[in-house]
Design a protein around this ligand. Structure first.
Ligand code: FAD
Length: 392
């Protein structure tokens, strides 16, 4: 009997231009060549594979949205499909790119003026500077809009930043970190480009013993009297509303990455149940195992369809913030189910790194929580349905 291993069950890739499909395949192949052979070991050791960094600039994955940094014109659907390919290979590497390109470069692209975009984006696109994005704090995660405590004080032509950040991806080795701080004069949240090597008072300490996305280097940051010239304040970021615009954009990408993470687990499970035999037959021939696979493919297919339409809305220039929040919540929740079913299909080997499912099982947890938790994104949607904010 003919069988399909292709998770793109409804042929969404055909909506991409031929050139975009070819580029996505090139990215998949580069990840399979450079990331696949080393990733489980790095995951286990919680180390970032710095040797893979040089492959990304030429693949055009850094800052594809901005004229200053993109290598070619591209669509949101293409960028989404690329995020899926990253997530399918490894969600930590996807997150590394998501933080550098999605959060840091998009913060500069959306909230920086033309001069700031020209100054920072080309070097970040070439990978000469790696970025991070510092919003979350030790005492404020979901409530950063209201509670953010890091302060920015204007002193002459400079700003002085004081405070602490937590969970900041890439921050142990980033060259530039966009720090979000509250201007003590007008109480508004503003973004500042902090150059880590030349900013006394800035320290980043790796968060150890993480059990999800172990390859991502998350850090606690302290800012003690860090001085930032006015030219490094993001000139078009004048309140949390602007920070939220960046988050809506990256949320759409995280949704695609999360589909990819589920796809990676599903593909590994299909391979495994086809090869492994019990009761003298392949696991794949049992009805209950097939049910796990069909349910997984259903979740993946629904998620791809939702993300596809979200990307089309973005390409059409229509509002998408609410849709991105719903997609991020829905897809990460469905992805969490998929990795659970796939883990189950592998029996004991499902909790062992070598089979490619355990890592995705653990990583689904962080995807479900960062870039707005499941609850926060649903509350954004709930506010849109009812007109009532239930955050507080
Ligand atoms: P909390 O806000 O304390 O929430 C705990 C629980 O309470 C959650 O389930 C939440 O949904 C729920 N909750 C909170 N308020 C409400 C409410 N009003 N109603 C209902 N439920 C509620 N941040 C950055 O700035 N930069 C990064 O690069 C970055 N990378 C990250 C990478 C990883 C691996 C992780 C785990 C986090 C990262 N974060 C980063 C932080 C991330 O965005 C936060 O973890 C997230 O926003 C949740 O905040 P919290 O962990 O403080 O949880």
């Amino acid at each position: 009997l003919e069988r399909t291993l292709d998770v793109d069950f409804y042929h969404v890739q055909e909506l991409l231009a031929d050139e975009e499909q070819e580029r996505a395949v090139r990215i998949r192949e580069a990840l399979e060549q450079h990331v696949t052979p080393i990733i489980e070991d790095h995951w286990e050791r919680a180390e970032f594979p710095h040797q893979i960094k040089p492959i990304f600039p030429e693949l055009g994955v850094y800052g594809p949205l901005w004229e200053e940094s993109r290598l070619w014109e591209n669509t949101a659907l293409y960028r989404g499909w690329v995020a899926l390919e990253f997530g399918r290979n490894d969600a930590s590497v996807a997150t590394f790119v998501g933080v550098h390109s999605g959060l840091a470069m998009n913060a500069i692209g959306m909230c920086g003026d033309a001069g700031q975009r020209a100054e920072w984006l080309p070097r970040m696109a070439r990978g000469e500077l790696i970025g991070a994005f510092g919003l979350t704090e030790p005492l404020h995660g979901s409530d950063t809009a209201r509670g953010l405590e890091t302060t920015a004080r204007r002193v002459g032509g400079e700003w002085v930043l004081d405070g602490a950040k937590r969970w900041i991806g890439n921050a142990t080795f980033a060259d530039v970190v966009v720090i979000w701080a509250r201007d003590v004069a007008d109480d508004q949240v503003k973004g500042f480009i902090v150059e880590t090597a030349t900013s006394p008072g800035f320290t980043a300490t790796k968060i150890e013993r993480k059990q999800s996305l172990r390859v991502v280097q998350n850090a606690d940051i302290t800012l003690e009297g860090v001085r930032v010239p006015e030219e490094r304040r993001l000139q078009l970021g004048n309140g949390f509303r602007d920070t939220a615009r960046v988050l809506a954009l990256t949320r759409a990408e995280v949704a695609w990455q999360a589909v990819g993470n589920a796809v990676g687990a599903y593909e590994a499970a299909v391979r495994y149940v086809t090869e492994r035999e019990q009761f003298g037959r392949p696991l794949a021939s049992f009805q209950l195992v097939q049910d796990l696979l069909a349910r997984s493919l259903g979740n993946i297919t629904a998620s791809i369809a939702m993300c596809t339409r979200l990307s089309q809305l973005m390409d059409e220039g229509r509002p998408y913030d609410q849709q991105a929040a719903l997609a991020k919540a829905f897809v990460t929740a469905r992805g969490r189910e998929v990795v659970g079913w796939c883990r189950e299909a592998l029996g004991g080997n499902g909790i062992q790194l070598d089979q490619g499912v355990a890592r995705r099982f653990a990583d689904a947890e962080a995807l479900y929580t960062y870039e707005g938790t499941y609850q926060m994104n649903n509350l954004i949607v709930g506010r849109s349905i009812t007109g009532k904010s239930a955050f507080v």
